[in-house]
Design a protein around this ligand. Structure first.
Ligand SMILES: [Zn+2]
Length: 62
């Protein structure tokens, strides 16, 4: 087995690159939501992630 025969494990074959779609924002869009099941998801960084999509979690003390 030669090294050149190894698959490149560091590369994701179908990695979908999505950045925050807020205009002028070039951050990584790590938070995605689709408005409907048939709709492709939209992506935002947490800063621009729409408030209505944010899950209200119980605030931790501190
Ligand atoms: Zn953003």
């Amino acid at each position: 087995m030669r090294d050149t025969d190894k698959p490149a494990l560091t590369m994701a074959p179908e990695m979908y690159v999505h950045y925050c779609e807020h205009e002028g924002c070039d951050k990584w869009g790590g938070f995605g939501r689709s408005a409907a099941r048939d709709e492709p998801p939209h992506w935002w960084c947490w800063e621009h992630f729409p408030e209505e999509f944010k899950i209200h979690r119980p605030a931790k003390a501190g």
